[in-house]
Design a protein around this ligand. Structure first.
Ligand SMILES: O=C(O)CCC(=O)C(=O)O
Ligand SMILES: [Fe+2]
Length: 207
């Protein structure tokens, strides 16, 4: 008998909800803001499966005083011209463009990806300040897949930090002066967490 499409097939197909309807903006001090939309992606499992496959993840090494150490996460960088590993990610970039174009004034281009294999993987406090994020307002849009992890933000000059939990299919966008006037990090956790992949869309010249 031919396979009958069922509600389950429909439910499992990755899709995006309309951005305009659900994004909530959190204004921060010093001209920064964070937009948040939990559950932007539905049916995220198939995307996560692809992202956890062999897409060319590599372990970066950094000079740390007199020795070289591996950064505690795996990385994969897609320049604007390179096809993304799942069609939903191309759709996500197009939807982000449509929603933010008038405010951002330019398209999202690159997709940087981080794989946090478990709670020992992390990214330390930083701003995305390689390039124009150092001097100008910009946006970095992050879509999360897999185990929930905390994204922390704190003002550069000191002050209380704030926390967003980024779960499977969630969107956050850091905008305004956020990369210059605030720092962000994904802290390590001793909780037993599975892998998480973050996909960061940035305009040209921002990293
Ligand atoms: O994994 C995340 O959500 C953040 C990654 C990040 O801050 C970066 O790669 O610059
Ligand atoms: Fe960052």
């Amino acid at each position: 008998m031919a396979h009958q499409p069922s509600m389950w097939d429909v439910a499992e197909q990755a899709s995006l909800s309309p951005l305009g309807a659900g994004v909530v903006r959190h204004p921060l001090a010093h001209g920064a803001w964070v937009d948040h939309l939990p559950g932007w992606v539905q049916g995220s499992d198939e995307v996560l499966d692809v992202l956890l496959g062999d897409i060319g993840w590599r372990a970066d090494r950094r000079q740390m005083y007199d020795r070289e150490v591996e950064v505690p996460r795996l990385l994969r960088w897609y320049a604007g011209g390179e096809a993304l590993p799942h069609p939903l990610l191309g759709q996500a970039r197009a939807d982000l463009d449509a929603h933010y174009r008038s405010e951002l004034g330019e398209p999202f281009v690159s997709a940087g990806m981080c794989l946090y294999r478990d709670g020992r993987d992390s990214v330390a406090w930083h701003g995305d300040r390689i390039g124009r994020g150092r001097t100008a307002d910009t946006m970095v849009a992050i879509v999360s897949f897999g185990s929930p992890r905390a994204l922390m933000l704190r003002p550069v000059g000191g002050g209380a930090s704030i926390r967003f939990t980024l779960g499977h299919g969630d969107l956050v966008v850091m905008g305004g002066s956020c990369q210059r006037t605030w720092e962000h990090c994904i802290p390590k956790t001793t909780k037993p967490v599975g892998p998480r992949v973050s996909v960061q869309f940035r305009p040209r010249g921002v990293a």
